[in-house]
Design a protein around this ligand. Structure first.
Ligand SMILES: *Cc1c(COP(=O)(O)O)cnc(C)c1O
Length: 403
């Protein structure tokens, strides 16, 4: 039963039904292409949702992992290990932050950030009723803490009660944030570019005003860079374009380029006045295997000049998507920066994405009406051209059926 449908049928018997999956079984990857188990080739503009930044089957990356597997895969955080020290040093250097805690996922990085904020405030006044301001349309993960700050009632409601004392405001509406601030506010948390919520970059004005407010009230500014970080917008972290710096940030997805690793980072000021031994921990987080991956990823970012590529090809993608937005009436606008882009339609995009899949192009949505483009960061202009050609066909067909 080596057919695709055979595997899909088996999968549907065994896996919990938490995804409406596309009817494809991927088998291997090469550069910016994926192959399914029947040998069909796909151009990948998803990269495992902003994860496989370096593309598939990067030899240097694979070899670094293989070497580490033969040396040491895991040891407890009660001991030091060389890859974790190296990875933390490199991460500090590229982020300008001072303290690193490695996690296994993005959602755990957000959990760590929330605990940091609560502990920081607790040490100041000893009270336990502090509040966090998060944004409508945000996405921070699926565990209970991260879900509590996710600005989408549909995701939260069945799992209530959430952790308490979360208030929601609107990204890029500073007054909506300021009006939620109380004496109990310990943190303001948002994605520098909202990903799942529809590809909305924070404005410079919003970032600056939140930073000033946080400084004035000793509130922690916490940025979720899990999707928009790791070079995706053309700087290592998206906030680095704004001339401000957060107090706490979360990173994951592209950080390990495929192995499960995330991190939350903070400034020395916060690190020295928040979590202490016994407050937080993880069995796997920052083990030698994933940290060897982080080290190699950060090395390859430099060697391959990934940021320069994102700036160049990101600008090209932007231009080509703008053309598509002008050409088709069902496309309302393009949003985004670098290689995190969204095309906003006046109708659900599921059809277009399915058509693209049939034609060998992997795309993903962000919400029902937006196609999101998060390709490997090593993508080149010719790949953008190939993608645009297929995309135009798919949109034209869908528009044709509507008439
Ligand atoms: C994906 C994502 C998360 C959650 O990361 P997981 O590794 O899936 O837990 C959190 N925040 C943002 C902005 C994300 O894009």
């Amino acid at each position: 039963m080596n057919t695709m449908q055979g595997f899909i049928d088996e999968a549907e018997q065994a896996l919990l039904h938490t995804y409406n999956r596309y009817q494809v079984v991927f088998d291997k990857g090469e550069d910016v292409y994926l192959y399914d188990i029947e040998g069909k080739k796909y151009l990948d503009f998803v990269s495992g949702i902003a994860v496989f930044a370096l593309g598939y089957h990067n030899e240097a990356y694979n070899n670094a992992l293989k070497e580490q597997i033969d040396k040491l895969i895991h040891t407890s955080n009660y001991y030091y290990n060389v890859p974790a020290v190296e990875a933390a040093k490199k991460l500090k250097a590229v982020s300008g932050m001072d303290r690193v805690f490695f996690t296994n996922s993005g959602t755990e990085a957000v959990e760590g950030a929330i605990k940091t904020a609560r502990k920081y405030a607790y040490l100041k006044d000893g009270s336990t009723d502090h509040e966090i301001i998060a944004m409508n349309h945000s996405f921070h993960g699926r565990t209970m803490g991260a879900l509590s700050v996710t600005g989408n009632a549909h995701y939260r409601e069945p799992f209530e009660p959430m952790i308490g004392n979360i208030r929601f405001a609107d990204l890029n509406d500073f007054e909506s944030v300021a009006s939620q601030v109380t004496d109990k506010t310990c943190a303001i948390l948002f994605e520098t570019v909202q990903g799942e919520g529809g590809v909305h970059p924070a404005t410079k004005e919003f970032m600056e005003k939140v930073r000033a407010l946080c400084d004035e009230r000793d509130i922690l500014m916490m940025l979720d860079e899990i999707q928009c970080g790791m070079g995706r917008t053309g700087t290592m972290y998206a906030w680095q374009r704004y001339g401000i710096k957060p107090d706490v940030m979360a990173t994951a997805k592209g950080l390990g380029c495929g192995v499960p690793v995330g991190a939350f980072l903070m400034t020395e000021k916060v690190g020295a006045a928040s979590l202490v031994p016994g407050d937080h921990g993880t069995t796997y987080g920052g083990n030698p295997l994933v940290c060897a991956a982080v080290c190699k990823v950060l090395e390859l970012f430099e060697e391959l000049d990934v940021l320069a590529n994102v700036q160049k090809v990101g600008a090209y993608l932007e231009k080509r998507l703008d053309e598509v937005a002008t050409e088709f009436t069902c496309v309302q606008e393009r949003r985004g920066t670098g290689l995190l882009q969204g095309l906003v339609f006046d109708q659900p995009v599921g059809d277009i994405i399915k058509r693209a899949m049939d034609k060998g192009l992997v795309l993903i949505n962000a919400g029902t009406d937006i196609i999101r483009f998060v390709p490997p960061l090593v993508i080149r202009e010719t790949h953008v051209d190939d993608m645009i050609a297929i995309l135009r066909e798919c949109i034209a067909q869908t528009e044709g059926e509507r008439k």
